[in-house]
Write a protein that binds this ligand. Structure first.
Ligand code: FE2
Ligand code: FE2
Length: 263
Protein backbone atom coordinates (compact mmCIF):
# COMPACT_ATOMS: atom_id res chain seq x y z
CA UNK A 1 0.00 0.00 0.00
CA UNK A 2 1.75 3.20 -1.12
CA UNK A 3 -1.13 5.68 -1.28
CA UNK A 4 -3.56 6.73 1.47
CA UNK A 5 -6.35 4.14 1.59
CA UNK A 6 -9.71 4.16 3.30
CA UNK A 7 -11.37 1.05 4.77
CA UNK A 8 -14.96 0.24 5.67
CA UNK A 9 -16.21 1.48 9.06
CA UNK A 10 -16.34 -1.06 11.89
CA UNK A 11 -17.96 -1.01 15.33
CA UNK A 12 -15.87 -0.47 18.48
CA UNK A 13 -18.81 -0.88 20.83
CA UNK A 14 -22.60 -1.02 20.65
CA UNK A 15 -22.87 2.62 19.58
CA UNK A 16 -19.37 3.62 18.49
CA UNK A 17 -18.12 3.35 14.90
CA UNK A 18 -14.51 3.63 13.67
CA UNK A 19 -13.89 5.31 10.30
CA UNK A 20 -10.44 3.91 9.43
CA UNK A 21 -7.83 4.80 6.84
CA UNK A 22 -4.11 4.19 6.47
CA UNK A 23 -1.39 6.62 5.46
CA UNK A 24 1.89 5.17 4.08
CA UNK A 25 5.13 6.59 5.46
CA UNK A 26 7.87 5.62 2.99
CA UNK A 27 10.63 3.59 4.58
CA UNK A 28 8.75 3.13 7.88
CA UNK A 29 5.34 1.54 7.36
CA UNK A 30 1.67 2.42 7.63
CA UNK A 31 0.05 4.86 10.02
CA UNK A 32 -3.62 4.26 10.78
CA UNK A 33 -5.70 7.47 10.65
CA UNK A 34 -9.07 7.06 12.34
CA UNK A 35 -12.11 9.20 12.98
CA UNK A 36 -15.00 8.01 15.17
CA UNK A 37 -18.76 8.35 15.50
CA UNK A 38 -20.55 8.15 18.86
CA UNK A 39 -24.20 7.45 18.32
CA UNK A 40 -25.28 9.23 21.47
CA UNK A 41 -28.64 11.01 21.63
CA UNK A 42 -26.73 14.07 20.40
CA UNK A 43 -24.36 12.27 17.98
CA UNK A 44 -20.67 13.11 18.03
CA UNK A 45 -18.00 12.89 15.33
CA UNK A 46 -14.42 12.73 16.60
CA UNK A 47 -12.07 14.27 14.01
CA UNK A 48 -12.57 14.31 10.24
CA UNK A 49 -9.89 12.19 8.57
CA UNK A 50 -7.48 12.90 5.71
CA UNK A 51 -8.08 15.68 3.20
CA UNK A 52 -6.89 13.47 0.31
CA UNK A 53 -9.67 10.98 1.13
CA UNK A 54 -12.39 13.51 1.87
CA UNK A 55 -14.91 12.18 -0.69
CA UNK A 56 -14.48 8.62 0.59
CA UNK A 57 -14.63 9.83 4.19
CA UNK A 58 -17.97 11.58 3.61
CA UNK A 59 -19.31 8.42 1.95
CA UNK A 60 -18.20 6.19 4.83
CA UNK A 61 -19.58 8.62 7.39
CA UNK A 62 -22.96 8.64 5.60
CA UNK A 63 -23.02 4.84 5.73
CA UNK A 64 -23.05 4.89 9.57
CA UNK A 65 -25.04 8.07 10.28
CA UNK A 66 -26.85 10.84 8.44
CA UNK A 67 -24.29 13.71 8.73
CA UNK A 68 -27.21 16.09 9.20
CA UNK A 69 -27.96 14.35 12.55
CA UNK A 70 -24.53 15.11 14.01
CA UNK A 71 -24.58 17.69 16.81
CA UNK A 72 -20.94 17.74 17.92
CA UNK A 73 -17.55 17.52 16.25
CA UNK A 74 -14.81 16.85 18.80
CA UNK A 75 -11.60 18.13 17.28
CA UNK A 76 -8.76 16.43 19.15
CA UNK A 77 -6.28 18.88 17.59
CA UNK A 78 -5.69 20.77 14.36
CA UNK A 79 -3.14 18.58 12.57
CA UNK A 80 -3.93 17.95 8.91
CA UNK A 81 -4.69 14.28 9.49
CA UNK A 82 -7.55 15.30 11.81
CA UNK A 83 -9.20 18.20 9.95
CA UNK A 84 -9.42 16.82 6.38
CA UNK A 85 -13.21 17.26 6.09
CA UNK A 86 -13.75 19.84 8.85
CA UNK A 87 -15.21 22.64 6.73
CA UNK A 88 -17.22 20.19 4.64
CA UNK A 89 -18.75 18.88 7.88
CA UNK A 90 -19.75 22.40 8.94
CA UNK A 91 -21.73 22.65 5.70
CA UNK A 92 -23.15 19.11 5.82
CA UNK A 93 -24.31 19.35 9.45
CA UNK A 94 -25.80 22.79 10.13
CA UNK A 95 -26.39 22.10 13.86
CA UNK A 96 -22.87 20.80 14.42
CA UNK A 97 -20.73 22.55 17.04
CA UNK A 98 -16.97 22.08 17.11
CA UNK A 99 -15.52 21.16 20.52
CA UNK A 100 -12.05 22.62 20.73
CA UNK A 101 -9.88 24.81 22.97
CA UNK A 102 -9.07 28.51 22.80
CA UNK A 103 -5.71 27.57 21.31
CA UNK A 104 -7.33 25.25 18.77
CA UNK A 105 -9.71 28.02 17.72
CA UNK A 106 -6.82 30.47 17.47
CA UNK A 107 -4.70 28.15 15.36
CA UNK A 108 -7.62 27.54 12.97
CA UNK A 109 -8.00 31.30 12.53
CA UNK A 110 -4.47 31.49 11.11
CA UNK A 111 -5.65 29.69 7.98
CA UNK A 112 -9.40 29.14 7.71
CA UNK A 113 -11.26 30.50 10.72
CA UNK A 114 -14.11 28.61 12.36
CA UNK A 115 -17.38 30.56 12.64
CA UNK A 116 -17.52 31.62 16.30
CA UNK A 117 -21.15 30.56 16.66
CA UNK A 118 -20.14 27.02 15.72
CA UNK A 119 -17.55 26.44 18.45
CA UNK A 120 -17.73 25.20 22.04
CA UNK A 121 -14.56 25.70 24.05
CA UNK A 122 -13.77 22.94 26.52
CA UNK A 123 -10.63 22.60 28.64
CA UNK A 124 -9.13 19.40 30.09
CA UNK A 125 -11.14 18.37 33.16
CA UNK A 126 -14.38 19.91 31.84
CA UNK A 127 -17.29 17.86 30.50
CA UNK A 128 -20.16 18.19 28.04
CA UNK A 129 -23.48 16.39 28.02
CA UNK A 130 -24.34 14.86 24.64
CA UNK A 131 -27.89 13.79 25.46
CA UNK A 132 -27.72 12.07 28.83
CA UNK A 133 -24.12 10.99 28.26
CA UNK A 134 -21.09 12.71 29.75
CA UNK A 135 -17.88 13.22 27.82
CA UNK A 136 -14.91 14.58 29.77
CA UNK A 137 -11.96 16.32 28.15
CA UNK A 138 -8.70 14.58 29.11
CA UNK A 139 -5.21 15.55 27.99
CA UNK A 140 -3.53 12.33 26.81
CA UNK A 141 -0.10 11.39 28.21
CA UNK A 142 1.62 12.06 24.86
CA UNK A 143 0.72 14.51 22.09
CA UNK A 144 2.25 16.65 19.36
CA UNK A 145 0.19 19.84 19.54
CA UNK A 146 -0.58 21.99 22.59
CA UNK A 147 -4.33 22.25 21.83
CA UNK A 148 -4.74 18.46 22.07
CA UNK A 149 -7.64 17.10 24.09
CA UNK A 150 -8.73 13.47 24.22
CA UNK A 151 -12.12 12.51 25.59
CA UNK A 152 -13.40 9.97 28.05
CA UNK A 153 -16.86 8.51 27.48
CA UNK A 154 -18.17 7.56 30.93
CA UNK A 155 -20.95 5.34 29.55
CA UNK A 156 -18.66 2.91 27.73
CA UNK A 157 -15.36 3.51 29.58
CA UNK A 158 -13.78 4.46 26.26
CA UNK A 159 -10.83 6.83 26.01
CA UNK A 160 -10.40 8.60 22.67
CA UNK A 161 -6.71 9.36 22.94
CA UNK A 162 -5.91 11.57 19.90
CA UNK A 163 -2.33 10.83 18.68
CA UNK A 164 -1.40 8.95 21.87
CA UNK A 165 -1.14 5.14 21.64
CA UNK A 166 -0.61 5.32 17.89
CA UNK A 167 1.63 2.75 16.21
CA UNK A 168 3.45 2.37 12.93
CA UNK A 169 2.25 -0.87 11.36
CA UNK A 170 3.36 -3.13 8.52
CA UNK A 171 -0.16 -4.03 7.38
CA UNK A 172 -3.75 -3.09 8.27
CA UNK A 173 -5.37 -4.95 11.19
CA UNK A 174 -8.94 -5.32 12.39
CA UNK A 175 -8.04 -4.65 16.02
CA UNK A 176 -4.95 -3.76 18.06
CA UNK A 177 -4.91 -7.27 19.53
CA UNK A 178 -4.32 -8.69 16.03
CA UNK A 179 -0.96 -6.90 15.65
CA UNK A 180 0.93 -9.13 18.11
CA UNK A 181 2.62 -7.87 21.28
CA UNK A 182 6.16 -7.41 20.04
CA UNK A 183 5.20 -5.67 16.78
CA UNK A 184 2.71 -3.52 18.64
CA UNK A 185 5.33 -2.53 21.19
CA UNK A 186 7.92 -1.68 18.52
CA UNK A 187 5.40 0.22 16.37
CA UNK A 188 4.03 2.19 19.32
CA UNK A 189 7.41 3.09 20.78
CA UNK A 190 8.54 4.21 17.32
CA UNK A 191 5.47 6.35 16.64
CA UNK A 192 5.58 7.91 20.10
CA UNK A 193 9.26 8.85 19.69
CA UNK A 194 8.32 10.62 16.45
CA UNK A 195 5.11 12.25 17.67
CA UNK A 196 6.23 13.42 21.13
CA UNK A 197 9.98 14.16 20.93
CA UNK A 198 9.71 16.24 24.13
CA UNK A 199 9.17 13.01 26.12
CA UNK A 200 12.93 12.46 26.26
CA UNK A 201 13.47 15.66 28.21
CA UNK A 202 10.74 15.47 30.85
CA UNK A 203 10.93 14.72 34.53
CA UNK A 204 10.53 10.95 34.89
CA UNK A 205 8.62 11.10 38.19
CA UNK A 206 6.15 13.58 36.72
CA UNK A 207 5.57 11.32 33.71
CA UNK A 208 5.16 8.28 35.98
CA UNK A 209 2.38 10.18 37.81
CA UNK A 210 0.66 10.90 34.49
CA UNK A 211 0.88 7.23 33.51
CA UNK A 212 -0.46 6.11 36.87
CA UNK A 213 -3.46 8.44 36.46
CA UNK A 214 -4.36 6.50 33.31
CA UNK A 215 -3.85 3.14 35.07
CA UNK A 216 -6.40 4.44 37.57
CA UNK A 217 -8.79 5.57 34.84
CA UNK A 218 -8.42 2.07 33.39
CA UNK A 219 -10.41 2.61 30.18
CA UNK A 220 -12.00 -0.60 28.88
CA UNK A 221 -11.44 0.56 25.30
CA UNK A 222 -8.80 2.87 23.87
CA UNK A 223 -9.56 4.50 20.55
CA UNK A 224 -6.42 6.18 19.24
CA UNK A 225 -6.44 8.21 16.05
CA UNK A 226 -3.47 6.09 14.98
CA UNK A 227 -4.19 2.52 16.12
CA UNK A 228 -6.98 0.02 15.43
CA UNK A 229 -9.50 -0.26 18.30
CA UNK A 230 -7.87 -1.62 21.49
CA UNK A 231 -10.21 -3.46 23.88
CA UNK A 232 -9.00 -4.48 27.35
CA UNK A 233 -5.44 -3.42 26.51
CA UNK A 234 -4.95 -0.24 28.56
CA UNK A 235 -2.29 -1.73 30.87
CA UNK A 236 -0.27 -3.11 27.96
CA UNK A 237 -0.40 0.13 25.98
CA UNK A 238 0.56 2.19 29.03
CA UNK A 239 3.57 -0.06 29.60
CA UNK A 240 4.79 0.71 26.09
CA UNK A 241 4.29 4.47 26.42
CA UNK A 242 6.17 4.43 29.72
CA UNK A 243 9.27 3.11 27.92
CA UNK A 244 9.58 6.01 25.50
CA UNK A 245 11.33 8.70 27.62
CA UNK A 246 14.36 6.41 27.92
CA UNK A 247 14.45 5.48 24.22
CA UNK A 248 16.79 7.13 21.71
CA UNK A 249 15.20 10.28 20.25
CA UNK A 250 14.00 9.93 16.66
CA UNK A 251 16.00 11.64 13.95
CA UNK A 252 14.60 11.48 10.41
CA UNK A 253 16.65 10.66 7.30
CA UNK A 254 18.96 13.46 6.17
CA UNK A 255 19.21 14.43 2.50
CA UNK A 256 21.73 11.69 1.68
CA UNK A 257 19.67 8.94 3.35
CA UNK A 258 16.46 10.34 1.83
CA UNK A 259 17.99 10.30 -1.68
CA UNK A 260 19.01 6.65 -1.11
CA UNK A 261 15.46 5.78 0.04
CA UNK A 262 13.94 7.40 -3.05
CA UNK A 263 16.37 5.48 -5.30
FE1 FE2 B 1 -0.90 15.23 15.68
FE1 FE2 C 1 -2.47 12.62 14.22
Amino acid sequence: MDVPTIFDPYPAGPDIEVLPSYFPIPGYGLLPVNAFVLKSREPVLVDTGLWALSDEFMKNLSSVIDPDDLRWLWLTHNDQDHIGSLHRMLEAAPRLKVVTTYLGLGKMSLFRPLPLNRVHLLNPGQSIDVGGRRLTSVRPPTYDAPETTGLYDHKTSTFFSADCFGALMSEPAGGAEDIGSSRLKDGMVFWTRVDSPWLHTIDRDGFAKTISYFYGLSPGTILSSHLPAAHGMADELLQYIALVPDEVPFVGPDQKAFAAMMG
